[in-house]
Design a protein around this ligand. Sequence first.
Ligand SMILES: O=c1[nH]cnc2c1ncn2[C@@H]1O[C@H](CO)[C@@H](O)[C@H]1O
Ligand SMILES: [Zn+2]
Length: 431
Amino acid sequence: MIAIKNILLLNNFEEPQKCKKSDILIENNLITKICNAGDLKIPEGATIIDGTKKAIMPGLINTHTHIPMTIFRGVADDLPLMDWLGNHIWPLEAKLDEEIIHAGTMLGCMEMIKTGTVAFNDMYFFTDSIIKAVESVNMRCTLSYGLIDLCDEEKRESEMNSQKDVLNSLEKAHNKNELINAAVGPHAPYTCSAELLQHAHDLAKEHNVPMNIHMNETEDEIKQIKEKTGLRPFEFLNSLGVFDDINVVAAHCVHVSENEMKILKDKNIYVSHNPLSNLKLGSGIAPIPTYLKNNINVTLGTDGCASNNNLNLFESIKACATIHKGVQQDSTVVKVSEVLNMATKNASKALNYNSGEIKEGMWADLVILDLKNPTLIPNKNIVSHLAYSFNGVVETVIINGKIVLEDGKMTTMDEDKVYEKAEEAYLNLVN
Ligand SMILES: O=c1[nH]cnc2c1ncn2[C@@H]1O[C@H](CO)[C@@H](O)[C@H]1O
Ligand SMILES: [Zn+2]
C-alpha cells in the first residue's frame, strides 16, 4: 500500500486550471482512492510519500521501440533509412546474442523509467532475453518478434516457427507476470511477403493481441510496393485483410494518400508518430494535424536508439507539439492536451491497457515530478511545461503499484552494473 499526500494531481490536460492538490491511495496494483489533499485516512502499514512541492502524472507509454538497440546508440548516424538498415544496422544485428540483448534492454528500461515512461511497445529479436530483463526491472511492456522473410519461402517457414515459439513464451510469461504482454510484429510491407503478413494478422486475431508494423516511413518504400502490387502500402495490406478485427499500431505513417487516410480511419488503426526518428533519418514529417482533424488515433514513439538516439519521450512530445506548427505555419494545429493524450491515454487504448489516466480503479502506473526543477518553474502551468519545457528528469516512478524509481535512483537494478554490461555489450557488437 502506498499513500501519496498533498500532491498536485495532473489528471486533466484539457483544463489544467482544474488540477489540484490531492491525496492518493494505491492498493496492490491499483489506484483505489483519490480525494482532496488532507482528506485521506491513511491505512496502517502504508508507505507514505509526502507530495508537497511535487506533482503526479500518468506514466508515459512509448508505442514504438526496439529496446535492445540502446547498444546501437551512435553507431550509424546521418544516413537515409534503406542505407542505414541494409548496410549498417542489419549486418550488426547478425552479431546479436542473448547477453547483448539483455544488456541493451536493462539500459533502455532504466532510461525510460528515469524519463517518466512506464510502458513500451516493442519489436525485436531474442524475446526471451528481453522478457528476463523486463521482469527483473518490473516494467510494463508489449513485446513482438520482428518478422522478416524478404519474400523467401524458406525464411518464411522458419520465421513462422520462431513466431510460434515467441508467442508461446510471451503467453507463459504473461500468465506469470501481468506486466508482460504479447503482440505480433511483421516488420514492414517491404520486408514481408503477403503470406507472412496474412499469417501475422491471423495469429493476432486468434490470440487477441495487437499488431506492430512499420508503415509508409519513406517515399522510396512506397514506390517499391506500388511497383510490385500497383497499390500503395495501406491499400495493399487492406486488400489482404491485414487490418481486420485487430488493433494495429502502425509506426511512422509519414507519407499517406487521401485514400490511405480513409483506411486508417475506417480500420481504426493507431498511428505511432515517431517525429525524431523521422527527422533524423530524413524520412519526412507525418501529417499529424490532418490525422487529428480526421479523428485518427495518434500515439507517440521514440523508435530505437540508432535512429533517435534516445528514449526520452518528453523530447518526442515537444517535437510533436512544435514541428507541425512550423510546417503548417499555424501555431494552433496541435494542442498541448492532444500531445499529452497521445503519450498516455491514446497509447493505453492502442495496447489494451488500463492506464494512461489517473482515476480510481486504474493501474497504478504513475510518475512523480519534483517541482523544484528549473524547467518546471514558475510552478504555475505545469501541464504546459510537460509539453514545452520539462527536461524529463523525474523523481519517482510507480509501475503496477511498485516503486521502481525513488528519488531518481532505480530500486530494481544496480545502475553501475547496467552501465558496465552495456559498455561490454557494445564492444562485443562492434568488434
Ligand atoms: O525506423 C525503422 N524502420 C524500419 N526498421 C527499423 C526501424 N528502426 C529499427 N528497425 C529495425 O526493425 C527490426 C526490428 O524487428 C530491426 O531489424 C531494426 O533494426
Ligand atoms: Zn522502428
